[in-house]
Design a protein around this ligand. Structure first.
Ligand SMILES: C[S@@+](CC[C@H](N)C(=O)[O-])C[C@H]1O[C@@H](n2cnc3c(N)ncnc32)[C@H](O)[C@@H]1O
Length: 193
């Protein structure tokens, strides 16, 4: 069984955010072999067992680059979570991130973790849709180690959050943290949406 102390610090960060925010609905776009999904699912298990808060993760990936850049399947992620008996908190969904996020209603999901395609266009588009669909929290991974993701977050900050205080946490390859309610106000004013 994976213990909390065994989680790598960036997965421990995810675990901690899920324990703090206690979301009932979580979406992750970009699952790969399931390491971040494991941390989220462990936190959902603990929210349920310790605090009686039910929660589910929708783990979304098109599995196009799930195995070190090569196409794969959901099986390794499912097996990783099954070993720790937390796969029952997760729905594994095969979809393109944009198709999935665009299908979500505004403010319909408590928390969204973005970690799929790391190009400028896709990191921007996934974060934008996540900020629209989320109610409490958006976390974007790889914001300090991948320049295109950094650039996408700067664009989001400049265009959508002219006076926000989003955080680039520098260890752990960087997380950008977004508050959807502020975004929806800023987006409707700043972007004329
Ligand atoms: C960096 S990995 C995710 C790592 C995982 N979050 C973790 O920390 O263990 C990125 C994943 O995004 C998936 N992906 C890339 N582009 C995608 C897209 N447009 N839609 C859905 N998934 C995509 C790839 O198949 C890959 O599995």
């Amino acid at each position: 069984m994976t213990a909390i102390k065994d989680l790598h610090e960036e997965k421990l960060f995810l675990y901690t955010m899920v324990r703090l925010y206690k979301p009932e609905t979580v979406v992750e776009v970009g699952v790969s072999q399931g390491k971040s999904a494991l941390a989220i699912a462990m936190a959902l298990r603990d929210n349920h067992q310790k605090d009686k808060v039910p929660g589910r993760l929708k783990a979304v990936d098109d599995w196009s680059r799930a195995h070190g850049g090569k196409a794969g399947s959901k099986k390794p992620a499912f097996e990783l979570l099954r070993k720790d008996d937390v796969a029952r908190y997760v729905d594994f969904i095969s979809s393109d991130s944009q198709a999935f996020l665009r299908g979500l209603g505004t403010h319909s999901i408590d928390m969204i973790h973005v970690d799929a395609d790391h190009s400028l266009e896709m990191a921007y588009a996934d974060t934008f849709e996540a900020m629209r669909a989320a109610k409490k929290l958006v976390l974007v991974h790889d914001t300090t180690n991948l320049p295109k993701v950094t650039e996408a977050m700067v664009l989001i900050n400049n265009q959508m959050f002219p006076c926000s205080a989003n955080i680039f946490i520098t260890p752990m390859r960087g997380y950008w943290i977004g508050s959807p309610s502020a975004f929806n106000v800023a987006a409707s004013i700043g972007a004329g949406i």
